[in-house]
Design a protein around this ligand. Structure first.
Ligand code: GDP
Ligand code: MG
Length: 367
């Protein structure tokens, strides 16, 4: 790998270039902005600044892995994804959860569809990601993103384990995310929750009461049965994970949904994973960048900050990012712009390259 220039390194860590030059100097290296730092030096300087970096590939920039100290880490809500076979009741369950959560939490408030929602249970919160779709989920994971802390696996008690049930289990396993099983539709005449338990053991999803590692809850999304039990169980599972994040940092996280709104322009729903996102912040998400013009919560309310595990709609981006893109706040708007433009240029060149190859193949045929 060829490393990165001092300039690039500063951009990626969202620090001033002079700070980097100073650190380099202290470590015995005299470098200018446009000179390259090798991987070793990158790691050394990053470490010196209390950051951890991982070099991904020569063309791609390295990924910044943050290194927060123990006292910077504060408890945060769990981020939960509901998965399962088609028609087993994922949408119904999310609806039931939102009703229960709203009833238990803030008064009224119709949840808008922004791709995520926050449910209040007593004094605690749970963030649900609505429809990551298996593809988006896979894309995020491929980028090393841990988007979800817990997967709620919905299995219909009258249908049992089906192909997408197994797919969801494999996702969870690959991402090393615990599974809470919601055995749904227990109101139905043909419902057999024990058969579901039995079938799942084949895939090493075993109830705690049978000596396994998975919490099970029998629910009916339609009849709103035991939804509060499910929420309590999710919080129990979250307690085991001891989820924490540093809220006092420049925000970073992931885009979970994005679209072009006729009136509002590019709109992205982001999930903040670290730091606190505020209006006025300058962020880069993939090839898109901009100053946050407005921050909107899942109830449609304008908010002045989004802390870790909070989903929020972001207005003010230059273009529509892609679901799964990482976002990061920069101190300097010029750095943000440069990074976004560089990525866009690289994307165009790659696309052009692919085209050239195609036309050569067209001309000369396959060899
Ligand atoms: P999804 O494809 O997993 O999102 O499933 P849906 O939430 O769309 O539900 C599929 C069908 O199952 C719908 O007709 C729901 O009304 C029905 N359904 C969902 N949950 C329950 C339940 O607890 N009991 C019964 N009887 N039907 C349910
Ligand atoms: Mg659905």
């Amino acid at each position: 790998p060829q490393g990165a220039t001092v300039q690039k390194f500063a951009e990626l860590l969202a620090v001033g270039p002079n700070e980097v030059i100073k650190r380099l100097f202290m470590l015995g290296n005299v470098l200018t902005l446009t000179q390259s730092m090798n991987d070793e030096l990158i790691e050394l300087v990053a470490d010196d600044m209390g950051r951890k970096v991982r070099v991904v590939s020569p063309e791609e920039e390295f990924t910044v892995v943050y290194h927060d100290s123990d006292d910077e880490l504060k408890p945060r809500p769990p981020v939960v994804t509901v998965m399962g076979h088609v028609d087993h009741g994922k949408t119904s369950l999310l609806d039931a959860i939102r009703d229960t959560g709203v009833a238990a939490g803030e008064a009224g408030g119709i949840t808008q569809h922004i791709g995520a929602s926050v449910v209040t249970v007593g004094s605690r919160k749970i963030t649900f990601i609505d429809t990551p779709g298996h593809e988006a989920f896979t894309a995020m994971r491929a980028r090393g993103a841990q988007v979800t802390d817990i997967i709620v696996l919905v299995v219909a008690a009258d249908d049992g384990v089906m192909p997408q049930t197994i797919e969801a289990i494999n996702h969870a396993r690959a991402a090393n995310v615990p599974i809470v099983v919601a055995v749904n539709k227990i109101d139905k005449p043909g419902a057999n929750a024990d058969r579901v338990r039995q079938e799942l053991t084949t895939y090493e999803v075993v109830p705690e009461e049978w000596g396994g590692a998975n919490m099970f809850v029998e629910v009916s999304a339609k009849k709103r049965l035991h939804i509060d039990d499910l929420l309590e169980t999710i919080l129990l599972q979250a307690d085991v994970l001891e989820l924490r994040a540093n809220p006092d940092a420049l925000a970073s996280g992931f885009v979970i949904e994005a679209n072009l709104d006729k009136g509002r322009g590019p709109v992205a729903t982001v999930l903040v994973q670290r730091g606190t996102l505020k209006p006025g912040d300058v962020l880069v998400a993939g090839t898109s960048y901009g100053r946050v013009r407005a921050l909107i919560d899942p109830h449609g309310a304008h908010i002045d900050s989004a802390i870790p595990a909070s989903p929020a709609e972001v207005l003010g981006l230059s273009s529509v990012p892609v679901a799964g893109d990482e976002f990061r706040v920069f101190e300097d708007e010029r750095d943000a712009r440069r990074l976004a433009e560089e990525r866009a240029l690289r994307e165009r060149l790659t696309a052009q390259d692919a085209k050239t190859h195609t036309s050569l193949t067209d001309l000369f045929g396959r060899i």
